[in-house]
Design a protein around this ligand. Sequence first.
Ligand code: HEM
Ligand code: HEM
Length: 261
Amino acid sequence: MIRFFHRLSIFLYCAIVIATTAVLLYIGSSYYKLSIEARYFHPYHQMLDSGGLVGHGLGIIGTLFILIGLFSYMARKRLKTFSRVGELKYWLEFHIFLCTEGAVMVAFHTTFKFGGIVSIGFWSLAIVWISGVIGRFIYVQIPRTIEGRELSLQEVKDMRDEMDIVLKNKYGINSATINTVSRFHLGAELKAQNITRKEFYHVKRMVLNERALNFRIKRLVNMQSLFKYWHVIHLPFALIMLIIMVIHVATVLFFGYKWIF
Ligand code: HEM
Ligand code: HEM
């Protein structure tokens, strides 16, 4: 049941981001393609411009999404009060969804014209987003507890050894030997070792998990240090983006932009 809702949430996250991009492109592509001067004569200028009803709204809602995506994840990860509210990996997916949806909205808010200090804020957002995608690949290579704590090399080795013992004692399978068999021939090999029909898929999954753990053990130390360096890009650029965004919002408020208020 949890698996179903998890898959549904991922599907909805992707569908919402794709639908937002498609709708905004459909409505505004003829406007965004024009030069800055020609835009003034476009019928949607008042609406789609960065300070217009839709353009300004996209900036505000997109920024709110990014802030919620950012601070909800940080609160869940760092504050004891929230440490039991859902698994950390689901919160990371929510972080990725809200920050991506927010970044798409902010991109349309800029109407793809970049000038002044605020464009540095936009490019920082782009760098944070791209580094986020790379970080996500590294993140999944590092085994963690349900609470999201990284496992040490020794803990991962212990997990692998426990699996080896179960495979040996319960099913009579020697991990070192079975690991020489290719994935393609694994089914036939397990049948040859008299694994019953009932247990076949369970044992096959265990053998494959054991292989995946061996693969990760070989790369764990490298991945952990790579992930430390990765934070050095993702965090500072997020901070630069936030500081410039605060200055930008203060400036536009100073010049009297109020959106619907
Ligand atoms: C990460 C968040 C944001 C980024 C990267 C961003 C970026 C930009 C950019 C690149 C422009 C066009 C500047 C130009 O005309 O050369 C712009 C304009 C504007 N932004 Fe934002 N923005 C963000 C958030 C916001 C928010 C939250 C608000 C509202 C409070 C806002 C209100 C405006 C307004 C009113 C303009 C039009 C200013 C004008 O035409 O002089 N922006 N923004
Ligand atoms: C675009 C706006 C984004 C901002 C401002 C942002 C900001 C942050 C910050 C400040 C953290 C550190 C949280 C902490 O350690 O407490 C973080 C973690 C992370 N973010 Fe983002 N992020 C953004 C988008 C993304 C995207 C698009 C992805 C992936 C596709 C992503 C993937 C990650 C990952 C994997 C972590 C590490 C989680 C961990 O170490 O526990 N982020 N992000």
